[in-house]
Write a protein that binds this ligand. Structure first.
Ligand SMILES: Nc1ncnc2c1ncn2[C@@H]1O[C@H](COP(=O)(O)OP(=O)(O)OP(=O)(O)O)[C@@H](O)[C@H]1O
Ligand SMILES: [Mg+2]
Length: 431
């Protein structure tokens, strides 16, 4: 071989050698990258407090993270020999099977509660499964990720407890609102009953006196008194007047008793439960009763302007509407408490298919803030013990139940204006 040929061979060997060195360097770099990547993955998996289980298409466990291995009582880094079903309590097998099936079909992942065997016994985990694929998208198996639900449970039960306590507190508040309106009602009713009862009482007393006189007279008649004696007695006993007054006293007593009966009837309707069927009632009478009960025990200088027809029939639950009117009037009374010449105007009339009741006062009116929150339960600007803040929210609901509308604004000359709009035909007329 010529010298030139030898030189060529040596050059080619040189080239191959340096190519090999480059390859080796590149390989080492790739190895280092891979190692770094592996360490990164390991550190991520290790720091996971959730469990992670990787399985193949048949459910055979390929890898567990540290948390999962520790829980299952397996040595760290164990690749697992059994199937994922070995790690799961038997009654969770069905759920797990369905979950793996869904993941293999690439259906959207849903998390489920699965009970796992752990070194501390069986424990529930919120587990979700997702498919694991190769670079070409072929299914290799499933990855399961789970979180212990014990902590979640504790948080949930604490939340439940707090919720229950809140409900109790709310029920108590609703109850105290009922007691408050009952208190107002009772003082109104006591006032209202006082008149007819004293009327009945006075007339009954008069009747007793008249009976005494008549008895005296008849005794004397029975004893066979003379005509002259009887005439004198009639005069001294004022029997003529007595007989004339007898009828008045009896009808007075009757009238008083009837008034008492009416009041009791109104009360009965007021306390009627929400289940009572809607029926036609006179809104004018209901408004008058409600206003009477609230305002009777208030300041004597409170002026009430009325503008109402003689009657206006609507359909619904009169007791409930009465409660609404009482709440609005009570608020108006409260709002005018410190006003010089307190005045409440009540206007009722029909407008189209609706009965519209407008109640305005000359109090301070409603600020934007109050208007925003007025119908929210428990919103009150009144001191503790005076208002629960339920009046308007309950009233709003009652009117809405009647398919009507309760709204609030400010009256033109200042003061608040409440409008109760009720369909004349009424809600549930056909019910
Ligand atoms: N006519 C009014 N004028 C001014 N403010 C009013 C008027 N009516 C209601 N408000 C305001 O709206 C708030 C809520 O009224 P709501 O009737 O719901 O509760 P409350 O009167 O405070 O308590 P409750 O009615 O339960 O005893 C009141 O605290 C008050 O600030
Ligand atoms: Mg109120």
């Amino acid at each position: 071989m010529s010298e030139a040929a030898w030189l060529d061979v040596i050059r080619q060997m040189d080239q191959t050698y340096s190519g090999l060195i480059d390859y080796q360097v590149e390989l080492e770099k790739k190895n280092a990258d891979l190692e770094a990547m592996r360490q990164f993955m390991d550190s991520v998996l290790e720091s996971m407090t959730d469990i992670l289980i990787v399985c193949d298409r048949n459910g055979l466990v390929i890898q567990l993270n540290k948390t999962a291995a520790r829980l299952a009582g397996l040595p760290d880094g164990s690749t697992g020999t059994g199937t994922v079903f070995d790690l799961v309590a038997s009654f969770s097998h069905e759920a797990l099977k369905a979950m793996l099936g869904r993941a293999s079909q690439a259906a959207p992942a849903v998390s489920e509660e699965i009970v796992l065997h752990t070194t501390d016994g069986e424990a529930p985990f919120e587990v979700s499964a997702s498919p694991r694929r190769d670079a070409r998208g072929r299914l290799l198996g499933v990855v399961l990720i789970g979180r212990h639900v014990g902590e979640l449970r504790t948080a949930y039960s604490a939340l439940n407890l707090a919720h229950d306590q809140l409900k109790d507190a709310q029920a108590q508040l609703v109850n105290s609102e009922k007691m408050a309106s009952l208190g107002r009602l009772v003082s109104g009713v006591a006032h209202e009953l006082n008149n007819p009862i004293s009327f009945v009482y006075g007339n009954a007393h008069a009747l007793e006196r008249y009976v005494d006189r008549l008895e005296t007279y008849f005794n004397v008649v029975e004893q066979g008194a003379t005509r002259e004696e009887l005439v004198t007695l009639r005069h001294s006993l004022k029997l003529g007047k007595t007989v004339a007054r007898l009828r008045d006293a009896a009808s007075g007593a009757l009238e008083g008793a009837e008034r008492v009966r009416d009041i009791v009837e109104q009360l009965r309707r007021f306390s009627g439960t929400g289940r009572a069927p809607p029926e036609p009632f006179d809104l004018v009478a209901t408004v008058q009763t409600a206003v009477g009960w609230v305002t009777r025990t208030q300041r004597p200088d409170l002026v009430i302007d009325w503008a109402m027809p003689n009657a206006l029939m609507v359909t619904g639950r009169s007791g409930h509407i009465q409660q609404v009117v009482m709440n609005v009037i009570q608020n108006a009374v409260d709002a005018t408490e410190t006003v010089q010449n307190p005045r409440i105007s009540i206007q009722l009339g029909s407008e189209g298919a609706n009965a519209v009741l407008r109640i305005s006062d000359n109090g301070p009116g409603l600020s934007d803030d109050v208007r925003d929150k007025l119908f929210e339960p428990f919103f009150t600007t009144k001191p503790v013990g005076k208002g629960t803040g339920l009046g308007m929210s309950i009233s709003y609901r009652i009117v809405a139940d009647h398919e009507g509308r309760l709204s609030a604004s400010n009256a033109e000359g200042g003061g608040a204006l409440f409008e109760v709009c009720l369909p004349i035909e009424g809600a549930g007329t056909d019910a």
